[in-house]
Design a protein around this ligand. Structure first.
Ligand code: MN
Length: 322
């Protein structure tokens, strides 16, 4: 059979899989950055398609885990993506009572309902629809994240939590908290898409989250039926698309991705999205760290010794101080 576009796609797919799939086990994964693409700009194709897994987390919150499950333990530097989406308060009211973090960043993005946040730095936030919070745990924070059943509101809760790793040099930095009110999220049209930009840049406008070491881009993209969007993505970054409503077709291969599916993107320089029937998706990209990962519950470090230290520090009340 003559060499045609399918052969090229297949080679790209294999190349992308080679960089996108974690090389190690759950305990310690190492990944390399996608190789910089040659000109002309090349759309990123779907390298791996993962179904979000039903999971119970916190004090009994029923959610779907798109990243951080056995199906996809991590995509350096992304460690976890959870979606809470329910009209039944029993599914989310148990919440995430007081718990620690060290060595990475937690990102909360709320579409509907509300989440109350209190932490050991004295921050107290109320995250309503459209708001975001980028919390750099650094050497340690203790916090509670509690979904609320708003009086007079609907019973719906729709929110996401993303975990982003920190490199060894930044794991023990001072904690930092960026609370982003809905109005500060940049809204822009890109081709047919209406985009809410939490981090990164669109048309020379920067998203509100700043100073994050992995130079992340976080876009909430809504495409109308028969809509499309193409924009640059740094070729150095690992990237994924998680469809949260409707459907999308990703890359020049137009790989179909349905709500509740996460598409790991292979190498290239462009994010190319279409939707025949309309869809909404979270698009994330960040520079991979390429270091060993040791994770244990709410602690993400480089070595098992550092995990033991974090557990000891938490038990001794030293996690937050220092
Ligand atoms: Mn937390």
């Amino acid at each position: 059979m003559a060499r045609g576009p399918q052969d090229l796609d297949r080679r790209d797919l294999l190349k992308a899989l080679a960089v996108a799939v974690p090389a190690g086990a759950l305990g310690a994964c190492r990944m390399e950055a996608p190789r910089a693409a040659a000109s002309p700009p090349r759309p990123r194709e779907v390298a791996n398609l993962v179904d979000a897994q039903p999971t119970v987390e916190g004090a009994g919150v029923h959610l779907r885990r798109a990243l951080g499950s056995h199906a996809l333990p991590m995509l350096d530097p992304f460690l976890l993506l959870d979606e809470i989406h329910s009209d039944n308060p029993d599914d989310y009211l148990p919440g995430f009572p007081t718990h620690p973090h060290r060595g990475f960043e937690t990102v909360t993005y709320v579409l509907d309902g509300a989440m109350e946040h209190r932490d050991s730095m004295g921050n107290h936030g109320h995250l309503g629809p459209g708001s975001a919070q980028w919390m750099t745990a650094g050497h340690g924070i203790v916090h509670a994240e509690m979904p609320l059943q708003e009086r007079g509101g609907t019973d719906r809760m729709w929110a996401f939590q993303l975990w982003v790793n920190l490199p060894a040099a930044n794991k023990m930095i001072r904690p930092r908290y960026q609370d982003i009110a809905p109005a500060r999220v940049v809204e822009a049209m890109v081709d047919d898409a209406s985009v809410r930009l939490v981090a990164g840049e669109v048309d020379g406008r920067r998203g509100p989250v700043e100073g994050i070491v992995s130079a992340p881009e976080m876009l909430d993209v809504s495409l109308p039926p028969r809509g499309s969007m193409t924009r640059a993505l740094p070729p150095t970054h690992n990237a994924f698309v998680y469809v949260i409503e409707g459907r999308a077709e990703v890359g020049s291969a137009r790989t179909a991705v349905a709500a509740g599916q996460l598409a790991v993107l292979g190498a290239g320089d462009l994010l190319a999205l279409r939707s025949a029937s309309g869809g909404r998706m979270l698009c994330l990209a960040a520079r991979p760290i390429g270091e060993p990962v040791a994770r244990y519950g709410p602690f993400v470090m480089n070595t098992e010794d550092e995990i033991r230290q974090a557990v000891d520090d938490y038990r001794a009340g030293r996690l937050v101080g220092g």
